[in-house]
Design a protein. Sequence first.
Length: 308
Amino acid sequence: MREKRQAHAIRRTGARRTAVALTTAALLTAGVLTGCDMSSDSRANGAPAKKPPAPAPPWDRSPDTIAAVGDSITRAFDACAVLSDCPEASWATGTDETVRSLASRLIGEPAAVAERAWNYARTGAEMADLGGQMSRAAARKPDLVTVMVGANDACADSTELMTPVADFRTSFQDALRELRRAAPKSHVYVSSVPNLKRLWSTGRDDALGRAVWDLGICATMLGDAGDLSPKADRRRALVQDRVVAYNKVLKDVCAKDERCRYDGGAVFEHHFTEELLSRWDWFHPSKDGQSTLAEIAHRNITAARPPL
């Protein structure tokens, strides 16, 4: 009797072991099949495995060749003589040793700067003119292109004639595309538009400055500089808002180009005192003002991280 019970127990144990083995095998088989089905579905749907984004190219903190585009500020208008460009005093590419331009700080001696720095800015230029300048700059395939433009877009005969923000954006995007067609690896440094209202505030109490401005310099902001009426205040506020909007465009568009660096509003925020302004028009930078622009650019270009 004992032997029969032992035999029966052995048979039950064996049956349980067989059932467990069969169940485990079934589960494993189902898992394998499911995995195969998912893999097949993924391939059938044409969904490739996601790749990590490519790292952004490193910012060139020591460019060896520089091309400058922009307006009269980069041409150093009224920095050396009345109603004249003075490119040798330009903050970007000048060779005047008293200015210590960006090019001289990065490249070195005036002879080297003259060979490896080019100024394609034009007095009176607006953002719509930047594409043509970029095309000329791109032909050089420079390590760095500096951009300073926008003041003339706000400085019109009336606020109605200021460049619309949407047009400003489109022109800047088109200009960068023009550069990228011929010089895809050039780095771009973009300066903010200066604070025109602070400029008015700096010079409005000077009789000579007001007289010069009344000749037609930046009429939207500087015209009737002594007029403090609500109407004049609204006009200046409108111009100021437009400059702020332009700077937002420069920042946003530049941020979408992996080789572009905006100055973080450094030029807009800088207080250009009387000694930094031309004694002939109280609007354009003097040689000291050009040197200040060069210092701001050099600091931001050589920084390990872009300005906020």
